[in-house]
Design a protein around this ligand. Structure first.
Ligand code: HEM
Length: 404
């Protein structure tokens, strides 16, 4: 029925929800032969895996290494070295230690201080398009806000922003499993080389002359005499940059599309802006930016009546869990007042998204301003013609034309 389990089939990329709902109903812990691993689709099973990091490892590099021969391992030594230090791909005890140190610098209070600036940026970006009658929402808005916010927070100078984002996009290619990209590892490594060469002197400068930015706070973060090493600092800067923009761009774009398809909810938010907080949670649940995240079993175990063997790869399908009818009444309906809404769009457990307060803040400010300034906003294309990037993990529109 669904193109032989092809997670990159055009109809699955366009509407993953129908495919995942079918699997969740018929085979909720599903062996996907084509990808070579398990898909976990029920809310309760996904949460169980998130919460059991002893049984289910996040060590993506170990799994990637198996795909590389010894020459390739040598060739991609730099990628392997730094990605093995990216928080999201590590297990305790490394993860516990480094997350504790990063938490000292990247605090919800320091993020909340960004709100007035995010509000100003939203208004400025919208000022630039207001006089036109249309925009490509991703290119004109959703792409810019997150990269400006994370760059300013980190302390990346304005003039370097676009360049740094380009290198970060190159670096991330390896993870997005894009179709037709045989050179993605090569491009990833080149992007990473550039990013490291960029951050190296910036970190040294902040070490000598600290400023009021995250890089300075990371350099100084200390827990009982322990500090982040130079390599850990480099890995952290690159992971925050990478994690900090594309996902939020997709939340803004998927969110706006959801509103365009549920006009009553757009009008409700316009009439009652105080609903913006629950609205953003519902957008995260309804069509979140991360369709799936990776785990690998450390030992033989049982899940949903299936035996998972040590070494088996798994995809936790957040897009399916967030629409599980066992958890949510009327799950395919966008309902901006929905409460409670314990979605798993940011994950759960020890790896729960570090940047969630930042992503929420940006989305709240954007969806406060958009219905106020563009009450009559409408989609400028047939929804059936919208295209998504061919990736298994990200739910990423290529473009979203709108007019007013
Ligand atoms: C709407 C936007 C975002 C979504 C949907 C999202 C989603 C996620 C998810 C699902 C995870 C858990 C992955 C796993 O357990 O395998 C995660 C982890 C992470 N996110 Fe986000 N994220 C978003 C924005 C951000 C931002 C803005 C930042 C940083 C500025 C960020 C930084 C991170 C980091 C560092 C981790 C790893 C945490 C750890 O392993 O302890 N994310 N994110």
């Amino acid at each position: 029925m669904f193109a032989q389990d092809n997670l990159l089939a055009p109809e699955v990329l366009h509407d993953p929800y129908t495919y995942f709902a079918h699997l969740r109903d018929t085979d909720p812990v599903h062996w996907n032969e084509r990808w070579g691993g398990w898909l976990i689709l029920r809310y309760d099973d996904v949460v169980k895996v998130f919460r059991d990091h002893e049984t289910f490892s996040s060590d993506r590099m170990a799994s990637l290494m198996l795909e590389l021969n010894p020459q390739e391992q040598e060739h991609f030594a730099l990628l392997i070295k730094y990605f093995s230090k990216w928080l999201v791909f590590t297990d305790p005890p490394y993860h516990t230690r480094v997350r504790l140190l990063i938490n000292k610098a990247f605090t919800p209070t320091s993020v909340e201080k960004l709100r007035p600036r995010a509000r100003q940026l939203v208004e400025e970006l919208l000022d630039e398009v207001q006089l036109k009658s249309h925009m490509e929402f991703i290119h004109d808005f959703a792409f810019h806000l997150p990269v400006i916010v994370i760059s300013e927070y980190l302390g990346v100078p304005i003039e370097d922003r676009e360049q740094v984002k380009e290198w970060s996009d190159e670096t991330s290619r390896i993870f997005f499993i894009r179709a037709n990209e045989p050179d993605r590892r090569e491009r990833s490594q080149r992007g990473l080389e550039k990013l490291l060469a960029y951050f190296e002197p910036l970190i040294d400068a902040r070490r000598r002359h600290p400023r009021d930015d995250l890089i300075s706070a990371l350099v100084q973060a200390e827990e009982r005499g322990d500090l982040l090493s130079h390599e850990e600092l480099l890995a952290t800067c690159t992971v925050l940059l990478f994690a900090g923009h594309e996902t939020t761009t997709n939340l803004l774009a998927n969110g706006l599309l959801a509103f365009m398809r549920h006009r009553d909810q757009w009008d409700a938010l316009r009439r009652e802006p105080a609903l913006v907080r629950t609205a953003v949670e519902e957008l995260l649940r309804y069509d979140g930016p991360v369709k799936a995240t990776f785990r690998v079993a450390r030992r033989d175990t049982e899940l949903g009546g299936k035996t998972i063997r040590a070494g088996d790869r798994m995809l936790l399908i957040l897009a399916a869990a967030n629409r599980d009818p066992a958890k949510y009444p009327d799950p395919d309906r966008l309902e901006i007042t929905r409460s409670p809404n314990p979605h798993v769009a940011f994950g759960q457990g020890i790896h729960v998204c570090l940047g969630a307060p930042m992503a929420r803040l940006e989305a709240q400010e954007a969806f406060l301003a958009l219905p106020r300034r563009f009450p009559d906003l409408r989609l400028n294309t047939d929804p059936a013609r919208l295209e998504y990037h061919p990736t298994i993990v990200a739910r990423a529109l290529k473009a979203l034309p709108v007019s007013w």
